[in-house]
Structures are given as structure tokens and as C-alpha cells.
Design a protein around this ligand. Structure first.
Ligand code: MLT
Ligand code: MN
Length: 305
């Protein structure tokens, strides 16, 4: 199984267009040792020929351009991307669908609340159902993911994780900002005996999630913020990580502590926000993170399992 990190930043990317916080400013001007990153997305393939896209980022077009495995091959119109699966309805996970509207056949897989959000927004009708079949994903048994050309050789298990409704649905959500149980999903993707987990958004570690991740060979996990109050202390915003549906990396309830005894072989942060100090490769936070056995995903990172 081949896995390519197409994008590793949170919504907004790194640097974010309107952000002048030290990390954003530093990578923009070259005064920090840090790498630019596009918004989080993953490509996965059993055979290196036919690919599954995990989330369709607003940076989809640039990501395909930067990834030769995803370039058209045979015929005048072709794409190796045969299926797309969404882990949430967040803008940074679905906006790329609008850049996939050129009558290209592929299968779209998502949980019912995400499909409902797409169905309620007529701009997504640009994905003509004659070319793009939409399939519901439930948190049930593993299923073989397929595109128009048949099964991709990848087995997907979707499971709910604590999260939040997309920003544009907060007004309709009332006091239930967490939304439906399957509003935010994590995925296990397997190819024969090889398997890994992809969880770009998660508000809390639960006993069920701990049990699922124990001894995983590879987990990509929500690396949005270093600290829950990072936007506030940086001075760029008023929301906590918890309010945005993201657990933080540091602290007693943070990701590093939560994974300490899970026996996960390889741990990689994705969906990293532009304010996060771990993006600065010379920061003490990055050194502490590395010392605790974690990596920070970079665009173009490739892993073979
Ligand atoms: C998030 O993950 O919190 C969202 O991407 C935020 C957003 O949509 O701006
Ligand atoms: Mn996001």
C-alpha cells in the first residue's frame, strides 16, 4: 500500500493568507526553518495505479500537480483518482470537490450527515450524478472501497470520533455543536495485512478510540494546535481548540499524553494549524514532540506499508 500526504496543514494552510503570527510570517519571509504546507489530504493506493483520495482539500488542484502518481495517463481524459472518501463536511475537506467537476467519473463516499450537507448545497450539484456516484458510509463493518472501475483493493473501516459540525452549519446546530455521532469520522484503511489510521480531526481521546488505535502500525492524527488556548495567546483569535473540535498536542489531556501507552509504531501529526509552534523546526515544542516519538507530516511525504 502506498500513502502520499498531499497536504498536511489545517484549514487555511501554512502560511494562512491573512495571518502574520510568528510562524506564518516566518515561513512566508524565510526567517524560520519551516516548510509551507497545503490543506490536509491523503492519497492511498493498493497498486500505485488506482488511487483513493481521503478528503478533497481546497488545494486539490495544486496537490495533483505536485504528485505525478495522480496525473492523467491513458486517453485524452483520465484520472488515477477513482474514489474520494470524506472524514467530515469541513470546508477544508470538501471544497476540493468543486475542482473535480470536469465530468470525471469517480465514487464519492461519506457519512450521512456529510452527504446531507453536500446535498443541501446546490453548488455541489456541479458534480453530476451521471459521473459521480455518492455512497453512504456508516461506522459498521470494514468494506471494500470501490470506484467506477471496481474495488480498489483497499478495505475501509469508518468510526465516529468526537468532533464538531462544520463552521458553516454552526448556526443551524444550536447547542449541539458536536453534531450527529457520525459527523466526524476516523478511518482505518487496510490492504491485505497492512493497515493504518487517519484521524485529521478529533476533539477528545475516548476509551473506544484508545482500544481501536492500540498497537496500530501507523496513525495520522489531529495536530491542529499545540495548546488549547493557542489562538488566544498568539492574539489571532478568540476560540479555544476545544471550541473548534480539536484536542491539543500538549498538556495532561493532550495527544502526546493520550498516546503514551498505546503502543502505536509510527505517530504522525496532520492538519497542523498555521499558529502551531511545531511547524518551526527549531522550536522547543518541535524538539519536545520529536523526543516523544512523534513526526509532523509534510506535503509530499510518502509511506509504503
Ligand atoms: C477545522 O478543522 O476546525 C476547520 O477546518 C475550520 C474551518 O473550517 O475554518
Ligand atoms: Mn479542518
Amino acid at each position: 500500500m502506498r500513502i502520499v500526504v498531499l497536504g498536511s496543514a489545517a484549514g487555511g494552510g501554512f502560511p494562512q493568507w491573512n495571518c502574520n503570527a510568528p510562524t506564518s510570517h516566518g515561513v512566508r519571509t524565510g526567517s524560520l526553518r519551516a516548510k509551507k504546507r497545503t490543506q490536509a489530504s491523503l492519497a492511498v493506493s493498493a497498486d500505485g495505479e488506482r488511487w483513493l483520495l481521503v478528503n478533497a482539500s481546497p488545494d486539490f488542484r495544486q496537490q495533483v500537480g505536485d504528485t505525478p502518481a495522480l496525473w492523467p495517463r491513458g486517453g485524452l481524459r483520465h484520472s488515477p483518482i477513482e474514489a474520494v472518501i470524506l472524514t467530515s463536511g469541513e470546508i477544508d475537506h470538501v471544497a476540493g470537490l468543486l475542482s473535480m467537476r470536469e465530468s470525471q467519473p469517480f465514487a464519492l463516499w461519506a457519512a450521512p450527515p456529510v452527504l446531507a450537507a453536500l446535498a443541501a448545497n446546490p453548488i455541489f450539484d456541479a458534480l453530476n450524478p451521471r459521473h459521480v456516484e455518492r455512497h453512504g458510509v456508516t461506522s459498521a463493518d470494514p468494506f471494500p472501497i470501490a470506484g467506477p472501475g471496481g474495488a480498489l483493493g483497499l478495505t475501509v473501516t469508518a468510526f465516529p470520533v468526537p468532533g464538531k459540525v462544520p463552521l458553516y452549519l454552526e448556526g443551524q446546530a444550536g447547542s449541539n455543536l458536536a453534531g450527529a455521532a457520525d459527523e466526524t469520522m476516523g478511518l482505518e484503511i487496510a490492504c491485505g495485512p497492512a493497515r493504518f489510521h487517519y484521524i485529521p480531526g478529533c476533539a477528545a481521546m475516548t476509551p473506544a478510540l484508545r482500544a481501536r488505535l492500540r498497537q496500530s502500525p501507523l496513525v495520522f492524527f489531529d495536530g491542529t494546535l499545540w495548546r488549547d488556548d493557542e489562538l488566544i495567546t498568539t492574539g489571532v483569535g478568540t476560540k479555544t481548540g476545544q471550541r473548534m473540535g480539536h484536542m491539543s498536542i500538549d498538556g495532561p489531556d493532550g495527544t502526546v499524553a493520550a498516546f503514551a501507552d498505546l503502543g502505536v509504531r509510527r505517530k504522525v501529526l496532520v492538519h497542523v494549524n498555521t499558529t502551531n509552534p511545531v511547524l518551526d523546526e527549531d522550536s522547543p515544542e518541535r524538539a519536545a514532540l520529536t523526543a516523544s516519538g512523534w513526526e509532523v507530516a509534510e506535503d509530499g511525504m510518502e509511506i509504503a506499508l
